[in-house]
Design a binder for this molecule. Structure first.
Ligand SMILES: NC(=O)c1ccc[n+]([C@@H]2O[C@H](COP(=O)([O-])OP(=O)(O)OC[C@H]3O[C@@H](n4cnc5c(N)ncnc54)[C@H](OP(=O)(O)O)[C@@H]3O)[C@@H](O)[C@H]2O)c1
Length: 321
């Protein structure tokens, strides 16, 4: 290791010693992980919170790591130390990262160890707590819209859960690509979602989404990025035009329809180049990150409960330092 940057040998971390519910989450003292030659050790300022953290806690998304398993998959902070082969980062650099599939230790800790190839410079225009909210939702929105759905100028794109973490970034990215964005959100979020670039906003609580979309676009939408589960996800399939395409992020669609393509297998992966592009978009003002709540590290279990209530506007982030 070089640039040790910290004299601490232990750190506080939210960990589980067996899969299960919130009662398994413990704020414990663990050794600060040691960087291998190609790793970066990040002193965490902010960590992303999403419903996927509950999947990890419950063992629904196995991490192939021994217990105690530190929760959290992404965040931002400053470089505390680098492995001896790492030349692109130095101590104190402001960085952000998402660590999956190779998951050394979690982000809900004072230090997170990540392969250097997963790490990017954090957006300069956000403080590092807020930057910690971006990696997973940013990577997801950007990759699905640009590379998988290949959104083009003039496409009609439906984005469900448009006020949420992925959704609020996805609306901006799709609108920036020249798409006509149709969004679903509760009434209280309509002005918010419109301001992000949605042309049409449907109150999914008051209107039937399929009927509302077919009234405006009788042939259906070209593409859809879905962030909701159950029957609401199945409805999205019914809004597609023949030949339409959809990414179903929760992977819960259970209806079949010929003539449309529905990807239920998407899993967001670490991608430092894409994080660099996202940082540029944020710093250029092309992407605004909405933070509903900054929650103290000690209240991580509460933060996850807020997210699981499914009405967060933008993001909830943990403040670690
Ligand atoms: N496969 C992957 O790699 C991947 C990656 C990222 C996320 N995901 C999944 O994608 C989903 C969305 O993630 P997220 O972090 O963006 O979620 P989120 O931030 O927790 O979403 C919250 C939003 O969902 C909206 N919402 C709740 N029920 C709705 C419904 N029936 N119709 C429309 N909107 C509804 C709420 O809007 P209102 O308050 O306006 O009602 C709220 O703003 C999650 O299931 C997540 O696990 C998967």
């Amino acid at each position: 290791m070089s640039n040790t940057g910290t004299t601490k040998t232990t750190m506080r971390a939210w960990a589980i010693d067996a899969y299960g519910g919130p009662e398994r989450m413990l704020l414990v003292e663990l050794p600060v992980p040691e960087p291998q030659p190609r790793d970066v050790l990040i002193r965490m300022h902010g960590a992303e919170v999403g419903d996927w953290d509950a999947l990890v806690r419950e063992g629904e998304w196995p991490m192939e790591r021994p217990f105690p398993l530190v929760l959290g998959l992404a965040g931002a902070g400053t470089v505390a130390a680098v492995g001896r082969e790492v030349t692109c980062f130095a101590e104190s650099d402001p960085v952000y990262a998402y660590s999956y599939p190779l998951h050394h230790n979690g982000a809900w800790a004072e230090y997170m160890l990540v392969p250097a190839s997963y790490v990017a410079r954090a957006p300069a225009s956000l403080d590092l707590t807020r930057a910690g909210a971006v990696p997973i939702v940013g990577l997801t929105a950007h990759e699905t819209l640009t590379d998988i759905l290949e959104v083009r100028q003039g496409d009609v794109v439906l984005i469900t859960a448009a006020a949420g973490g992925v959704g609020h970034l996805a609306v901006q990215i799709a609108a920036g690509l020249g798409a006509h964005v149709v969004a679903t959100a509760s009434r209280s979020n309509h002005d918010f979602v419109r301001a992000l670039g949605a042309e049409t906003v449907i109150d999914y609580m008051a209107e039937d989404v399929v009927t509302a979309i077919r009234a405006r676009y009788p042939d259906g939408v070209d593409k859809a990025l879905n962030g909701v589960t159950g029957e609401a996800a199945n409805q999205v399939v019914r809004t597609l035009r023949d030949g339409g395409r959809m990414v179903d992020l929760p992977g819960s669609v259970s209806v079949m329809r010929s003539g449309v393509r529905v990807d239920t297998e998407y899993v967001v992966r670490a991608d430092a180049d894409r994080l660099t592009r996202l940082a540029r978009m944020i710093d250029d003002g092309r992407l605004t990150v909405e933070i509903q709540d900054i929650i103290p590290f000690e209240r991580a279990a509460d933060a996850l409960e807020v997210v699981l209530a499914r009405h967060v506007r933008g993001k909830v982030v943990l403040k670690i330092a």
